[in-house]
Design a protein around this ligand. Structure first.
Ligand SMILES: NC(=O)c1ccc[n+]([C@@H]2O[C@H](COP(=O)([O-])OP(=O)(O)OC[C@H]3O[C@@H](n4cnc5c(N)ncnc54)[C@H](OP(=O)(O)O)[C@@H]3O)[C@@H](O)[C@H]2O)c1
Length: 257
């Protein structure tokens, strides 16, 4: 039986991805902060799909917690075939006014934990000659986004790192894929205070977490470098390349401000 390691598997896109792997008979190792949600999913998926689910309660926005989770997974002897670095959150507001602690935590989760898991699990996968990693970026990775400046920067890091490492690992049997969802209706927007962005869905087509997850799973299994979810988003991200960066940033600001 194969095993998938998924961060942020208790809600939104991560939950839907966990469900896809479970429905294919894959054992799960899932990570999030909410123990109750984790154990509820464990009981539900084990009963429904006859798989085994291991839960780790961890706040990955706290320094060193990703190292501790990896250490425990390695010590358990589990061989991880798939890694989904999905856990992430965004902040919105004026950069000069946002609290540093929430920005630091976001960078720790979206960038540091993701980079660490990508490194450590990719090493193990290369040694075994097979494995697939899916890193959840965003359409925000393609442009600067005023009022979500640091969030967009974390996602630009995810996209760039994933493509670079995928190329380094060519021929190793290990693939790295970046999923770039557009606006997706999840709790993300409550936490980021971007509910207004959801209301501007006429500018940015809105998706369900299930459809973003199904797309992510498909492109990961094909070993694609990256994929932008939904045709409308793909067209926008393609057009953005031809705009001056300031113009692209101003357009992005119209959705966040
Ligand atoms: N929603 C969108 O419009 C959108 C668009 C593009 C990209 N994305 C990206 O897609 C990914 C998933 O987002 P989503 O929309 O599915 O968000 P979501 O519904 O808010 O789910 C986030 C998941 O991550 C976990 N999580 C959050 N903070 C964590 C922490 N500090 N440590 C460990 N786990 C943590 C949450 O569980 P706990 O709360 O229990 O920790 C939850 O399982 C993120 O990387 C996000 O940046 C989202």
């Amino acid at each position: 039986m194969e095993t998938a390691f998924i961060t942020g598997a208790t809600d939104g896109i991560g939950y839907e991805l966990a469900q896809i792997f479970a429905s294919k008979g894959c054992n799960l190792i899932i990570v999030a902060r909410n123990t109750e949600r984790l154990t509820g999913i464990k009981a539900d998926f084990e009963a429904r799909y006859g798989i085994s689910v291991t839960c780790y309660t961890a706040d990955l926005s706290v320094e060193h917690n990703a190292c501790e989770v990896y250490r425990r997974v390695a010590a358990s002897g589990a061989e991880v075939d798939y890694v989904v670095n999905n856990a992430g959150f965004g902040t919105s507001g004026l950069w000069t006014e946002l609290e540093w602690e929430s920005e630091r935590g976001m960078i720790e989760l979206n960038v540091v934990a993701l980079a660490y898991f990508t490194k450590m699990f990719a090493r193990d996968m290369v040694a075994r000659g097979k494995g697939r990693i899916l890193n959840v970026a965003s359409t925000a990775a393609f442009e600067s986004v005023p009022y979500m400046s640091a969030y967009a920067a974390t996602k630009a890091f995810v996209l760039s790192l994933s493509i670079g490492v995928a190329e380094e690992l060519k021929g190793s049997g290990v693939t790295v894929t970046a999923l770039c969802p557009g606006v997706t209706a999840s709790r993300f927007h409550q936490r980021a205070h971007t509910e207004e962005t959801l209301r501007k869905a006429w500018i940015l087509p809105q998706s369900s977490p299930a459809s973003a997850a199904a797309y992510g799973y498909r492109i990961m299994m094909k070993g694609r470098l990256y994929g932008v979810h939904r045709a409308g988003n793909r067209l926008s991200m393609w057009l953005i390349r031809f705009l001056p960066r300031r113009t692209a940033a101003r357009l992005a600001a119209s959705t966040t401000h």
